[in-house]
Write a protein of this length. Structure first.
Length: 381
């Protein structure tokens, strides 16, 4: 067998449409590592739904890569994807001593991932030509809504079919999707959050659009005053809007802060690849993604938030006001749970949120609860 083919390393990564510019840097770094080391690193991109399904099919015979660059919650897929644990020696060779960052990809007490980037939090992107200042509360949005709607504009929009985008509304009412490690969806807080969102939708103060397409397109076109969307989309919006883009904190609701989740993005190693003869090369590539030069590429080319502390300090010092606000909003976010049960929680929330326009919060919660209970039972069979 050709030696180069035998050494080839494959890495999966999600691609979330035209707004996802991070893939450009990953592909560039794969090429650079290949040139420097002589070991081909081949990226394969797919949407998040396909990536999730394919990772979870590995144990049952599905083909898999040696590496995947994934959101931190996918560290919880360890059983289905047959992840290797990260050896302790890696942290000293990589120069990533921050235990808090490392713990973002620790599931059930085991370190299944290596964080490469951090953030993944939601913020309020707003157009200063429509909102001269960031609306800091929903009351402020409601006060301006009528005038904006009279001009044919949507005051605020988000992708409310995405459970991750619903979390700030839930936290503003004191809710959280887990309690003592178990799903906690049929609650007073969930009921209040659902009713609030339904009321805002009914009054047309808030609209729900598909995140990767219509939400971005209409905001860029000036048809929407502000959107709730992720840190990961900042670079794309900045390239499209420039001076028409600013960043604010998520608006408070009834005086209560709306907290986003946050997480890291990192490498996992399916098919127990760190137990193979390619283990040293895989860890070498991981360390390469964490060196100052590579971390600077992520920060400068696509404006992501690096985990390397020295690089991040330099980014903060040189950041524009919008980007500086994007980074500081991370301080108010809460770490996303990565327990395996969160897969069931996200799926259940997605099922319920399909019925937001039904105006029956009780039914939505019942659907969520039934779905999560059913999926947990299925896993025990």
């Amino acid at each position: 067998m050709n030696k180069q083919v035998a050494q080839q390393l494959n890495i999966w990564h999600e691609f979330d449409g035209k707004g996802d510019t991070s893939i450009e840097v990953l592909e560039q770094l794969c090429r650079a590592y290949t040139t420097e080391s002589g070991v081909p690193v081949i990226p394969e991109v797919m949407n998040i739904t396909e990536l999730t399904a394919r990772l979870q099919q590995i144990r049952t015979g599905g083909a898999g890569p040696q590496m995947a660059l994934v959101p931190a919650d996918m560290a919880g897929y360890a059983e289905g994807a047959m992840y290797s644990e990260i050896p302790e020696k890696f942290w000293s060779m990589s120069g990533l001593p921050d235990v808090d960052i490392r713990s973002s990809m620790r599931s059930n007490g085991r370190q299944y991932g290596i964080p490469i980037l951090k953030g993944n939090h939601l913020v309020l992107y707003y157009n200063p030509e429509i909102y001269p200042e960031a609306p800091t509360s929903w009351e402020a949005i409601e006060q301006q809504a009528e005038a904006l709607m009279a001009k044919g504009m949507v005051p605020v929009a988000a992708d409310l079919a995405d459970p991750y985008c619903f979390i700030p509304f839930l936290t503003a009412f004191g809710g959280w999707p887990l309690k003592e490690g178990n799903p906690d969806l049929a609650t007073f807080e969930m009921d209040a959050a659902l009713r609030f969102v339904q009321r805002q939708l009914d009054q047309k103060v808030l609209a729900s659009f598909h995140g990767p397409t219509e939400l971005l397109d209409r905001f860029i076109a000036g048809e929407v005053g502000a959107i709730i969307c992720g840190e990961w989309i900042y670079n794309y919006l900045d390239l499209q809007m420039r001076d028409r883009l600013l960043v604010g904190a998520l608006p408070a609701i009834n005086g209560n802060p709306a907290a986003s989740m946050c997480s890291s993005i990192g490498l996992v190693f399916p098919q127990h690849s760190l137990e193979s003869e390619q283990a040293d090369e895989l860890l070498s590539f991981a360390a390469y993604l964490l060196n100052e030069s590579s971390q600077l590429e992520w920060a400068e080319q696509v404006q992501r938030i690096p985990v390397h502390s020295r690089v991040l300090d330099n980014v903060k010092a040189a950041a524009s006001p919008a980007r500086a606000k994007l980074i500081t909003c991370l301080d108010n976010a809460r770490n996303m749970p990565i327990e395996p049960v969160m897969r069931n929680v996200w799926d259940a929330m997605a099922v319920g949120l399909q019925h937001l326009t039904d105006k029956d919060a009780g039914r939505i919660m019942r659907l969520m609860k039934e779905h999560v209970n059913s999926s947990l039972i299925q896993q025990t069979l």
